[in-house]
Design a protein around this ligand. Structure first.
Ligand code: R5P
Length: 298
């Protein structure tokens, strides 16, 4: 198996290759003077099983295009199989046509990857709330892995929470809270969230209902897939503070952290927030390399 890292995920590809006891392949990515991308694969790929790792964070359109170019080149050069690994799958949240005429971007991205020769697909804690399973978006075999075990272990070792309760800030996050709770050997619950998005707007307002969940005197660990504007976690944290929670921590897979998110979260009473290297940044303390390597081995 040959592991190739796109320009957005070279450090992650190196870690995955190391987990598998091998060196990563050599992919060169440069720019022509007019801004177009130049790509060259230095390894022999004919009849090889190739894994192309490229997370679709921060500059999603650029990263997607490079992955399409890479996979199409691999097919052209005769690779036997091409597994695309997009640890952060951009555009997944637009998985329905909420208003007439909107693009269903998740389906379009899947089709583009298939047209480009991808033969199987892996992602991590993918946000497909309405469809649920990434396998429903792709025609090729597609799997959604989870980083929540690694995040739970990190919380156990570094936060050392006392009398913890793990909370999913909304109903969908219950699946992630349950995994983290197992790692912390405690219970989990989920809040209810209402997101109000008006036609013509791309952002939305969030309201969180904590119900009668008892957090008084306990350390709270929130588990979610994405922290973007931080609005969800901030509202959930405020509810916990009101309920007398002790320390509040957050673990998330994809720390998107749109402008002001960290400040918003801290102002709401959160002590620490960490994420993974699916979306590299200042709080990406946990690597998903072992998760990807284990899936590639299976
Ligand atoms: C959505 O429901 C997700 O699980 C996250 O809770 C959400 O994407 C976080 O977004 P934000 O940080 O902007 O509230």
């Amino acid at each position: 198996m040959l592991i190739l890292g796109g320009s957005a995920s070279q450090p992650l590809a190196e870690k995955v290759a190391k987990e598998l006891g091998q060196e990563p392949g050599h992919l060169e990515v440069k720019r022509f003077p007019d801004g177009e991308k130049y790509l060259r694969i230095y390894n022999e790929v004919k009849d090889q099983d190739v894994v192309a790792i490229q997370s679709l964070y921060r500059t999603p359109d650029e990263n997607i295009f490079e992955l399409l170019l890479l996979n199409d080149t691999l097919r052209d050069l005769g690779a036997r199989s091409i597994t695309a690994v997009a640890p952060y799958l951009a555009y997944a949240r637009q998985d329905s046509r909420f208003f007439p005429g909107e693009a269903v971007s998740s389906a379009s991205v899947a089709r583009l990857l298939e047209y480009a020769g991808t033969t199987s697909f892996l992602t991590i804690d993918c946000h497909l709330h309405r469809l649920g399973d990434v396998a429903k978006v792709f025609k090729i075999p597609a799997r959604n892995l989870t980083a929540m075990h690694e995040l739970g272990k990190y919380a156990r070792e570094h936060f050392k929470p006392r009398n913890p309760i793990v909370i999913g800030p909304d109903e969908e996050a219950e699946q992630w809270a349950s995994v983290v709770a197992k790692e912390l050997d405690t219970e989990h619950v989920a809040f209810r969230k209402v997101r109000v998005r008006k036609e013509g707007m791309t952002s939305s307002k969030v309201e969180v209902d904590a119900g009668d969940i008892e957090v008084k005197g306990r350390d709270v660990v929130f588990a979610d897939d994405i922290v973007s504007t931080g609005g969800t976690i901030a509202e959930a944290a405020k509810a916990c503070k009101k309920g007398g929670a002790n320390r509040i921590f957050v673990v998330c897979t994809h720390p998107v952290l749109a402008e002001g998110a960290l400040k918003r979260i801290k102002a709401a009473g959160v002590l620490k927030v960490i994420g993974t290297d699916t979306y590299p940044g200042p709080i990406s303390k946990v690597t998903v390399a072992p998760v990807i390597a284990a899936a590639l081995k299976s």
